[in-house]
Design a protein around this ligand. Structure first.
Ligand code: PGA
Length: 248
């Protein structure tokens, strides 16, 4: 049986500057090698400098969003082909901040995932429930609905994506899902994927939402958690490195 490497992805969100990025990446690079796959998803304008800095190293990079369209009159959007030209391996799709602040529907998220795959990028498809949905007992139905749109759009290619379960109430709040809560949802998502592809067991399902150096190991130790999507802690080299170390 092939051993599945864990994956730790930093989501810088709208943070950074030339100076801060250089310092952060130097800090992470100086800690290599890692026993897991590591990537950073950075703001669009920094892709070219990150591509240069990381060209020789083991770290992959990517963007935080992609257009569902191939090209054309879509002011402000960035296509998957453009991201591919900058060496991106990953792109976040359907992050809860995009769903909440930019009106991204399940269908738009599915179309973006499809556009990314068509250009050889790995979409990291984010799903997750709000606090109100969790309290109403809707967690399973919400995440299943979100994933189902992507399964439907990608059909036989679904095994090529990475899924990130990020409970909205845990993002940037310091309130992490317990390992049991996270595992429960990951197991559900894995079962849903297993119904769609024989590759489900080999797919990487990341947990995101206030992952820190002190809770990473127990989260990553759950049977269906294959790594993490890291926001705030990805902006500090020491924290991000400690989280990557916890993954392998
Ligand atoms: P956080 O963000 O680690 O700061 O909670 C995670 C994310 O939004 O991807």
């Amino acid at each position: 049986m092939s051993v599945k490497r864990k994956l730790v992805v930093g989501n810088w969100k709208m943070h950074g500057s030339h100076a801060a990025n250089a310092e952060l990446l130097q800090g992470v690079l100086s800690a290599q090698p890692f026993g897991c796959d590591v990537a950073v998803c950075v703001p669009f304008p920094y892709l070219s400098e990150v591509a240069v800095t990381l060209a020789k190293g083991p770290l992959a990079w990517g963007a935080q969003d992609v257009s569902a369209h191939e090209q054309g009159a879509y002011t402000g959007e960035v296509s998957a082909a453009m991201l591919a030209e900058f060496g991106c391996r990953y792109v976040l799709v359907g992050h809860s901040e995009r769903r909440a602040y930019h009106g991204e529907t399940d269908q738009i998220v599915a179309d973006k995932a499809k556009a990314a795959l068509a250009r050889g990028l790995t979409p990291v498809v984010c799903v997750g429930e709000t606090l109100a949905q969790r309290e109403a007992g809707e967690t399973a139905s919400v995440v299943k609905r979100q994933l189902s749109a992507v399964v439907h759009a990608l059909t036989h290619c679904i095994g090529e994506i990475v899924v990130a379960y990020e409970p909205v109430w845990a993002i940037g709040t310091g309130r992490t899902a317990s390992p049991e809560q996270a595992q429960e949802v990951h197991a559900l998502l894995r079962a849903q994927l297993a119904a769609a592809t024989p590759q489900a067991a080999q797919m990487r399902l990341l947990y995101g939402g206030s992952v820190k150096p002190d809770n990473a190991a127990i989260l990553f130790g759950q049977p269906d958690i294959d790594g993490g999507l890291i926001g705030g802690a990805a902006l500090k080299a020491a924290d991000f490195v400690a989280i990557a170390r916890a993954a392998g």
